[in-house]
Design a protein around this ligand. Sequence first.
Ligand code: HEC
Length: 176
Amino acid sequence: MRSAIVGTLIFVNVASAAVCADDIVTIRQADMKAIAAATKSIAGMFKVPSTYSSPEFNWAAELIRDKAGQTLIDHFSSEAASPASKAKPNIIEERDRFDRLANDLKSYAAALAVAAEKNPAVMTDSMRMKPGEPMGGGPLGTHVQSEADLSSIPAEHAFHLMLQTCTTCHVRYRME
Ligand code: HEC
């Protein structure tokens, strides 16, 4: 944990300069771990809605949002492969596809953050998926059509689509 924080500070200081490949690997792996912890926290609240806390939910969603999108893209823009990394080299070849997944992650997390702000007291039914609502891509397909469409689906649905985005990206761009 401590090395992750130090790594982040170093990164901030030299953000525009060339960053050593190992540093960037450490940073992006730490970011992924933080994203995973935030995801777990949100999953726990959907599982036991009485544990819902709007500020906590919002904090977790914003953490994911801020580490997704361009931040995530930049962390994988280097061609420098590293033995410490599980990232596959096809990220560079399939730049558009990878970037779209990184941006989808951001859109879903942003929708979750908004849902937390709209529901300050308890996890309302409007946040939950309706019985029989398709878990898969749903009416929108697995790719985000627009932020406006996303805000009209229940937060739990957006959460499941977000989880699919993690899996889709890992299956294609992360080694076993
Ligand atoms: C756009 C692609 C992409 C998305 C989306 C994505 N990941 Fe990852 N993730 C990766 C890649 C690539 C690695 C391997 C990084 C490395 O080793 O350099 C990784 C690594 C990880 C790791 C292992 C970190 C470590 O300690 O080495 C965890 C945990 C993880 N991701 C969780 C998540 C979760 C949870 C989500 C969704 C909320 C998510 N990821 C979304 C691409 C993605």
